[in-house]
Design a protein. Sequence first.
Length: 239
Amino acid sequence: MPRYIARLVLLSSLLIPLVARGGPLRQAAEDPTEGFVEDAPPMAGRFTFNLGGGLVFPVGESHSRFKAGWGFLLGAGYHLTEHFGIRAEYQYSDYNLKSDVLPDERVSGDHVMQYGDLNLFLGVLSGRRLGLYVTAGPGLYYRRVELSQFAGTGFVPVCEPWFFTCYTEVVPVDVIVDSRSSTDIGVNGGVGLTYRLYGPVRVYLEARYHHIFGPEYQTARGARRANGQYLPINLGLRF
């Protein structure tokens, strides 16, 4: 009998402190997130990657010649600090030509733009879920315009710098129906919103303005540069 009493006393001495503290089951019920990472992981010194896609709107002189298009992008970045870093990106985008660009003529074709840029970014708003950042930097832009159909007279003068075509004298239509391209430098800047899904994975929505310094052409109205202006709005993931 004394042996059982001793065992009971020993068991009681073990259980009473657990009951007084609420026990491990009670602690787990009070803190269901125990063992899960709720706060965003530190970003300083980390590499990140992003992919996305969306609509691309030509603006300025480009808007009068090309319809809104679509595009996708890939990128990689490095956080120098928690809120500041550098990111390299590549984007491909595609557009249709507006048919009424040239007076008294109707054209159809395709416009493709590809670029690579190297941007700085700064997080100006941080939190457990929402984030806001600004970004800007230089880029290298490749633009190609392909005229696939030219409905009009058989011989015409065509000078359209944004099609990388400028004939001040009458030329055959089959000379105009062709593909031309230009590679130029440019700059971009924009703003984005992020929402953290889990750990370092975030969904982002970004709008960025691109200005391309195009080649110069001598037109009937004087020298004109085929500068490009575009506004991509991308939705994607960063991780």
